[in-house]
Every structure is written in structure tokens, then in C-alpha cells.
Write a protein that binds this ligand. Sequence first.
Ligand code: GRF
Length: 221
Amino acid sequence: MATPSTGPSSGPSSGPARVVVLVSGAGTNLQALLDAAADPAYGATVVAVGADREGVEGLARAERAGVPAFVCPLKDFGSRQEWDAALTGAVAAHEPDVVVLAGFMKLVGAAFLDRFAGRVVNTHPALCPSFPGTSGPADALVYGVKVTGATLFVVDAGVDTGPIVAQVAVPVEEGDDVASLHERIKTAERSMLVDAVGRMAREGFVVEGRQVRFGTGRSIV
Ligand code: GRF
């Protein structure tokens, strides 16, 4: 990914930042963004929701909010590259300033990252660089950490390795199981996501190496 990359200044010169959200499941992070974006002062609007599978609650949330949705299942394509190209096209059709992977359980590929370089963020239920991958809360419990959390990062070619936009710490309580810990993380994660995406939209942001800074003076609001 080319750096430095500057966020939503590449979008329209006025109006809210255009956000496409990709989901695979419940979509509570998506819902938090939809709720925040109902206030024009938030500075971002969810212009489309994409999923890698049919029938998930995230798609129903999009429908209830009147937001266009699309589904791009990996199994419908002959190769991962073809799927990635199709996903890239489906997202690009909505001309996003920022793409938010919010519980999207697939790794996006090179074509996707080239097309939206520096403007794809992912929320992960652990404090990166700890516990990457699909079982962050479970891995934190097994390790026995007393504090875990959530991380919003700019997606690169690795697994949960990109430059960090925001993090929030969450205590591990005695007696936690994976579900209770993940629920506590998700409560904090939603607030972090809403806060960070709003700042990206209102203030602009720049990625320089591993550093992500808000306030590039290129706000699009
Ligand atoms: C979030 O904790 C996200 O970080 C993880 O899966 C969860 C998705 O939750 N990858 P939801 O679908 O937004 O409710």
C-alpha cells in the first residue's frame, strides 16, 4: 500500500464522507455507524452495505435503514482473485471515501487494497498487535491477559497488522467466557468505531508509515 495515504480528502469537496461498510454477521458495529450518521453533524453517511453471505442480520439492518446492499459470496467465483475483483467493483460503484470492514470475516485481496489504498479500515476485537485472527477474545482468555480491547486499523496485506487508527482497552473479568468478554469488547468497540470514523470524516487523516494522524486540514465537511 502506498504511504503516505490521505483519507477522505479524495472524496467529494462538500457533504458527508461516503462510507461503505462490509459485514458478515450481526452488524452491531454497522448499526452504530448508521445511528451516528443519522445526525448530519456526524460528517459521514453510510452509502452502501456489502456482505460475503446472504441472510445475515447486517443486511437486514441496511434494508431497515434504507441503505443499498449487495452480497458477494466467495463460493460464487472460480478463484479468490475473481472474488476480490468483483468485491472491488461492487464497492467502487458506491464511490466510497472510506471503506469500513465491520465484522467482515474475509481477507480482502490486492486488487481491493490497490483500489482503496489507505482508505480501508477494519475493526478487530483485541489490542493489536496481540491476538490477530478470527478468535481474538478466545485467544485473550486462554492467554490470561487482564486487559484486552479493540483496535481500528488501516488494512494492509497482513492479518490485523495495519497502522492503528484507534484503540480501546477493556478489562477481562473473573468468570468471563468468550461470549461475555466479546460482548464487553463490542460495547467499547462500537463507541471507538463511531468516534474514529467520525473524526476521519470531519478532520481528514493521513497515514505515514505506521502512524495515523487526524486533522490533516482537509476536512470534506
Ligand atoms: C466485532 O467484534 C468485530 O471486531 C469482529 O466481529 C465482531 C462483529 O460484530 N471481527 P458485529 O457483526 O458488528 O455485531
